[in-house]
Ligand binder design. Structure first.
Ligand SMILES: C[S@@+](CC[C@H](N)C(=O)[O-])C[C@H]1O[C@@H](n2cnc3c(N)ncnc32)[C@H](O)[C@@H]1O
Length: 152
């Protein structure tokens, strides 16, 4: 079973204030990942990683429709898209993922991060180091999202 390990603090206090993705706003605002005391020993060795992968629970998701028309395609006659071909927050297991820049600690268990797109208070599930040797695919294609690169 999943357990939350902390929460995310962002400048976005409602869903409507969240950017569509974490790289839409430039400069990217400072955010924080606060890890609960019980899990803080697991942060040992995190210094030196420039980027992290954060996994979190999109706790304000509503619908779990498996097929939908994304807001930025409405009215354009676009084909319906499957949730697993999208980054939509409404999904059977509403797990969100972000690759964030990591700027160190502002206090015990309090990580300075940028490039989040979630509402403040979103529950944090996990932290992993981003590995350029493993996680980077410069030639990756984006399917139906290719023309919407700035909207994804
Ligand atoms: C397109 S989703 C991408 C989420 C994540 N970065 C991912 O790729 O899995 C981003 C949108 O999710 C919505 N959102 C943010 N925080 C949320 C939360 N706690 N629960 C449900 N929806 C949320 C906002 O509307 C935001 O613009």
């Amino acid at each position: 079973m999943l357990q939350t390990i902390g929460s995310l603090s962002t400048p976005f206090d409602t869903l409507s204030k969240c950017p569509r993705n974490g790289r839409q706003l430039r400069p990217a605002p400072l955010c924080h990942a606060q890890v609960d005391a019980a899990y803080q020993p697991g942060l040992a060795g995190l210094e030196g990683f420039s980027h992290l992968i954060l996994l979190y629970w999109l706790d304000q998701s509503g619908s779990t429709d498996l097929v939908f028309t994304p807001p930025f395609e409405r009215g354009l006659g676009a084909a319906p898209r499957g949730v697993f071909a999208s980054r939509a927050p409404w999904r059977p297991n509403p797990i969100g993922v972000s690759v964030v820049a990591f700027e160190g600690f502002d206090g015990p268990g309090r990580l300075r991060v940028r490039y989040l797109d979630c509402v403040s208070g979103t529950p944090l599930l996990d932290i992993k180091p981003y590995l350029v040797t493993t996680d980077c695919e410069p030639e990756a294609t984006m399917g139906w999202l290719e023309p919407h690169a700035t909207c994804s």
